[in-house]
Design a protein around this ligand. Structure first.
Ligand SMILES: [Zn+2]
Length: 356
């Protein structure tokens, strides 16, 4: 369970607690004050979550047409009550508020991606309305899925800008919703790291799918990064996470510290922080997916994405890395041939990261 910093289960935050803890200790008083303020706002978020637990059907509802249906609300700097004031509904013209319009556009991209590529009708497979609230809290450095909806902070403007800015982050958070309605991996230890892993996988895949082709060199460099569009870049930081090279998203950064993600089981984090490393050890399966995608030719959302999507549906609440490896290898075989190139690539990837 993420402690102290706004990510207590079942809130699924994009910025892990260890980053915010570093920011709360910063010498920069502005960064420190915002981080400390985030802690108080997070307590309010948890209270809201408890209120939602009594009325879950309020927000988890099928859309009128049981197809793509988006609602975007404005929290106007408050943290409760969610969802806030309705600013844009499905089919409405642009609101003129960048965060509102990004949340609307990107949640639509995520819906279209899941529907078009994997035949999934929204998060629950049944046309669930995609509810987003923007301008959550003051300079709030996070975005989260609370079990019913998305919420996005505006960021402190020093380390993070607004959290609606990265399509991969929107895809990440909404995928926590898909996980919740499918394998529902518990948010701790290896099942929790897999929960984070699937969110990162489909976050980058929806981003890659939307990138304009042909890809420039800059685009290629960003393909496997999470949150690069919303981080205020500096020589010491480029993203929140890297799937191509976990552990390199930020290095000796004065506010963030150094990216602790391993990319091999030999560096597995065995401590209790971050819900026993859900945002840390996810680097291992993340890197396996990256290697599998590299080993299978074509777009990553095509064969590798389909294998991982079906694997996500096949896992259970307590599945661990080994279960995920075996299920994805079996899935690659059943989809693209036992002993075929795709299955070989998936197997090799899990071996390279030391899971099998
Ligand atoms: Zn997450």
């Amino acid at each position: 369970m993420c402690t102290q910093t706004g990510c207590r289960n079942p809130l699924h935050c994009i910025v892990p607690p260890f980053i915010l803890e570093n920011m709360a200790k910063s010498d920069n008083t502005k960064v420190r004050d915002f981080a400390i303020k985030n802690l108080a706002q997070s307590a309010a978020a948890r209270a809201t979550r408890e209120i939602l637990a009594f009325a879950p059907n309020l927000l988890i509802s099928a859309s009128p047409a049981a197809s793509r249906y988006r609602l975007v609300y404005d929290m106007r700097g408050n943290t409760s009550p969610l969802p806030g004031i309705l600013k844009r509904s499905e089919g409405d013209p642009a609101s003129g508020d960048t965060a509102v319009d990004e949340a609307y556009r990107y949640s639509g991209n995520v819906y279209d991606f899941y529907k078009g590529k994997y035949g999934r009708n929204s998060l629950d497979g049944n046309g669930m309305t995609l509810v987003s609230s923007v301008h959550y809290g003051h300079s709030y450095n996070n975005a989260f899925w609370n079990g019913s909806q998305m919420s996005y902070g505006d960021g402190d403007g020093i380390v993070f800008s607004r959290f609606t800015k990265s399509l991969d982050v929107v895809g990440h958070e909404l995928t926590h919703g898909v996980v919740q309605f499918t394998c529902n991996l518990e948010y701790s230890r290896q099942p929790g790291a897999l929960n984070e892993h699937f969110a990162d996988v489909f976050g980058v895949l929806v981003k890659q799918w939307r990138m304009k082709k042909p890809l420039s060199r800059t685009m290629i460099a960003k393909m496997w990064l999470i949150g690069n569009d919303l981080i205020v870049t500096a020589p010491t930081r480029k993203a929140i996470r890297s799937m191509s090279n976990p552990g390199t998203a930020y290095t000796n950064d004065p506010y963030l510290g150094t990216d602790p993600q391993p990319k091999h089981m030999s560096h597995y984090y065995a401590g209790s922080a971050d819900s026993y490393g859900v945002h840390i050890n996810s680097g291992i399966p993340n890197h396996a997916f990256y290697l599998a995608a590299k080993g299978i030719s074509g777009a990553a959302w095509d064969k590798p994405g389909k294998i991982w999507y079906k694997t996500m549906l096949a896992l259970t609440r307590t599945s661990d890395f080994d279960d995920c490896a075996r299920a994805s290898i079996a899935m690659a075989g059943s989809l693209y041939g036992v002993g075929g190139a795709a299955q070989k690539a998936v197997k090799k990837a899990w071996k390279t990261v030391g899971v099998i």
